[in-house]
Design a protein. Sequence first.
Length: 258
Amino acid sequence: MGVSVGVPGSAATSTRRVWVVWSGALLAYLVGVMHRTSFGVAGLDAAHRFSATPAALSGFVVLQLLVYAVLQVPVGLLLDRFGGRAMVAAGALTMAAGQLLLALAGSLSLAIAARVLVGVGDALTFISVLSVVTAWFPARRVPLMTQLTGLVGQLGQVLSAVPLAALLHNRGWTAAFLSAAGVGVAAALAVLAVVRDRPPGAPAAPAAPSPRDVLAGLRRAWSEPGTRLGLWTHTGTQFCGTVFGLLWGVPYLVAGRG
């Protein structure tokens, strides 16, 4: 797949640099999906550890996703100001902090705070990764790379369902979530090492919009029927899978179906 990004040197060197940058950003997103779904494999253990009712466990996931959703516009503003590299690294470190707190938490309130941190870090990650994709790939490749990033990133669910679950059941709660935190820190270091906001020699990013411009843009976006259709289609088609994957799947399959 040829790429022209204005990187000094040979075309091969330019292409290699693009894929290295993308791989670093993708790694952070993949690890972020692992953090997002890690509570899904720990539902029964969490109920025992925190003496939590099913309603309380549901609150974990609802709050995490609510934080993710509410922060999308503020994160966009921060992204315009600080750039994708800083935001992806901050997201990875924030989720790692949440997993560290969860590993050590002995009370329900601390566990809830930990999942809020995971939601904050998750909100920082995906759109920031997409900003890196947009900056490093030519416009005709961006839709493909956006879809590829989203699809490959979902393999993070495998990390939570297999190695994290194995650690949880063999080494215990603290070891599992400390390991998850360590993976998050490693992802942040990888981002800082290889990811850059834009190729060398590329034009500087445009100035960040004012809050008034942001609100006007939101009104224009919401006035488009396709925006509302996308929202409700996304909600309707993914609701059951999200509920199953993020919390109730493992308890149902293990406790309900044996």
